[in-house]
Design a protein around this ligand. Structure first.
Ligand SMILES: Cc1cc2nc3c(=O)[nH]c(=O)nc-3n(C[C@H](O)[C@H](O)[C@H](O)COP(=O)(O)OP(=O)(O)OC[C@H]3O[C@@H](n4cnc5c(N)ncnc54)[C@H](O)[C@@H]3O)c2cc1C
Length: 401
C-alpha cells in the first residue's frame, strides 16, 4: 500500500500537520509514525503550557503572525473539544530603570504586533499581585494556559475518528526518497508514501541527514529546569509573572507560571543537556554529547555567551542562586518553596558559526518537507504551522505529481 502522506513525529507540530492535511485532502491516506507509545512525550509534553499572545517577536515576522493566529486557533480548538484552558493573563515586570526601558520597547513592539497591553505603575501592579514587587509592568490579558499533552491526545483521537492511521512505538531508522515516492523503515516494518513531512523535534537534524539532506546545523539540547511551589502557595499569584527579557536572549529568565492543573511552577532556566531526551538531572548520553562536542558551532556559541552560560549553570547547580532570580520580583519566596519538578529539553538549532536560530526552519525536496526548527512558541502556533505546511505540500504536489 502507498500512503498519500506520511508524517514522522507525534508532537503537536506533527499532529497539527496531519490535521491540516486531512482538512485539505479529505479521504487521503495519511499515516503518522511516532517512536514513543503515546503522543507529546517530548517538547510538547514538557513545556510551560503557555498559549502565548505574541508580544516579543519582530513585527511582520512569521513567528509574530503564526503566534497571533495560533493563540486564537488553540483557544477555539479547546472550546470545540472541551479542553480546559484559562486566559489568566501575563504580567511582565520591571524592577529597575534599565528594565523599564526594556518594557517600553516591548510595549512598542507588542502594539506593532496588534496586541493591546496595559501599562501598570508600581501601585497598580501591587493591587493586582500583592506579592510581586516591581517599578512598572505590562499586562497582557490575552495570554492563556493549557496542557499541550492533553490537547495533543485529543487531536490524535479526533484524527483517528477521521481515518488517519498511527504507527506508535516505531522509531524511524531509514528514509529513502525515490522519484515517485518515499520509503520509510523502522525495525522490522516499512512504509511507502507519496509525500513525507518530518516533525522530529529534538531529532530533526538526524532525521534530515538520514533522508540524505545536507545538514550544516546541529541540534543542541538545552535543559529547561523547573521547580514547583508547595500546594499551600498555589494561590500566590493569579497571573503568569515574567521578568523583563534581555532583548539579545529573550527566552532567558525564570518565570512564575500557573499551570492548568492548579500548580505553580518556577522556571525554566536554560543549561546544556548531555542527553537529548534524558529528563532526570545529570542524564548523559555519549552519542548526543559527542554530537555537539565535535561541532565547532557549539564552542563558538558557548564562548560568545559565556557569561550567560555561567549564570544559568550556577542557577542549575545551586538552588539559592535560582531562588535569587525569582526573588527579584517575588521577594517572599523561600528556599523551602522550591520543590522538584520535571525538566523540559529544548531543541535549539545552532549554525556552524555559533549562531542560534530563533525562527522556524524548513528544508524541502521534491517529495519531503522537514521541520528542522520549531522553537517556542511552536506549541501555541502549531495549528497555523500545520496549515502552512499543508500549503507547501499542496505546492509541491502541483509541481511534482
Ligand atoms: C522547557 C520548554 C518550555 C516551553 N514552553 C512553551 C510554552 O509555554 N508555549 C509554547 O508555545 N511553546 C513552548 N515551548 C516550545 C514547544 O513546546 C515546542 O516548540 C513544541 O512542542 C515543538 O513541537 P514538535 O512537535 O516540533 O516537537 P516534539 O514535541 O519534540 O515532537 C517531536 C516528536 O518526534 C518524535 N520522533 C523523533 N524522532 C523520531 C523517529 N526517528 N521516529 C519516530 N518518531 C520520532 C519524538 O518522539 C517526538 O514525539 C517550550 C519548550 C520547552 C522545551
Amino acid at each position: 500500500m502507498i500512503y498519500d502522506f506520511c508524517i514522522i513525529g507525534g508532537g503537536i507540530v506533527g499532529l497539527a500537520t496531519a490535521s491540516a492535511l486531512l482538512e485539505r485532502y479529505p479521504g487521503a491516506g495519511i499515516l503518522l509514525i511516532e517512536k514513543e507509545i503515546d503522543f507529546g512525550m517530548h517538547q510538547t509534553g514538557h513545556n510551560s503550557g503557555v498559549i502565548h499572545a505574541g508580544i516579543y517577536y519582530e513585527p511582520g515576522s512569521l513567528k509574530a503572525r503564526l503566534c497571533r493566529e495560533g493563540l486564537r486557533a488553540t483557544m477555539e480548538f479547546c472550546q470545540v473539544h472541551d479542553i480546559r484552558y484559562e486566559q489568566c493573563g501575563k504580567l511582565i515586570v520591571a524592577t529597575n530603570p534599565a528594565e523599564e526601558k526594556r518594557l517600553h520597547d516591548l510595549y512598542e513592539r507588542a502594539v506593532a504586533n496588534g496586541l493591546k497591553l496595559q501599562r501598570l505603575n508600581a501601585d497598580q501592579l501591587r493591587e493586582r499581585e500583592p506579592v510581586v514587587v516591581g517599578t512598572a509592568a505590562l499586562l497582557s490579558s490575552e495570554t492563556a494556559i493549557v496542557d499541550y499533552r492533553e490537547l495533543s491526545g485529543r487531536l490524535a483521537k479526533t484524527l483517528a475518528t477521521h481515518g488517519l492511521e498511527f504507527a506508535l512505538g516505531n522509531e524511524v531508522e531509514s528514509i529513502s526518497e525515490q522519484p515517485w515516492h518515499v520509503d520509510i523503515a523502522a525495525a522490522g516494518v516499512s512504509w511507502r508514501a507519496r509525500r513525507l513531512v518530518v516533525c522530529g523535534g529534538l531529532q530533526a537534524d538526524r532525521l534530515a541527514r538520514m533522508a540524505g539532506l545536507e545538514v550544516k546545523f546541529r541540534i543542541i539540547p538545552f535543559r529547561g529546569e523547573y521547580f514547583q511551589l508547595p500546594s499551600s502557595r498555589k494561590n500566590l499569584v493569579s497571573h503568569l509573572i515574567y521578568p523583563a527579557p534581555d532583548p539579545s536572549l529573550p527566552f532567558l529568565g525564570v518565570h512564575l507560571t500557573r499551570m492548568i492543573d492548579g500548580r505553580v511552577t518556577v522556571g525554566p532556566n536554560a543549561v546544556i543537556g548531555f542527553a537529548r531526551e534524558g529528563y532526570p538531572k545529570f542524564s548523559f548520553n555519549a552519542v548526543d554529547t559527542a554530537s555537539f562536542a565535535c561541532f565547532p558551532g557549539f564552542w563558538k556559541l558557548i564562548w560568545k555567551h559565556r557569561q550567560h552560560a555561567f549564570h544559568e549553570l550556577k542557577g542549575s547547580l545551586f538552588r539559592m542562586a535560582y531562588l535569587e532570580e525569582c526573588r527579584k520580583y517575588c521577594p517572599e519566596l523561600e528556599l523551602s518553596d522550591l520543590l522538584p519538578y520535571r525538566a523540559g529539553i529544548r531543541a535549539q538549532v545552532i549554525q556552524s558559526d555559533g549562531t542560534a536560530v530563533h525562527d522556524f526552519l524548513f528544508a524541502e525536496t521534491d517529495r519531503m518537507l522537514h521541520v528542522c526548527n520549531a522553537p517556542s512558541p511552536a506549541a501555541t502556533s502549531a495549528i497555523p504551522i500545520g496549515r502552512m505546511i499543508a500549503d507547501r505540500i499542496a505546492d509541491l504536489t502541483s509541481r511534482f505529481r
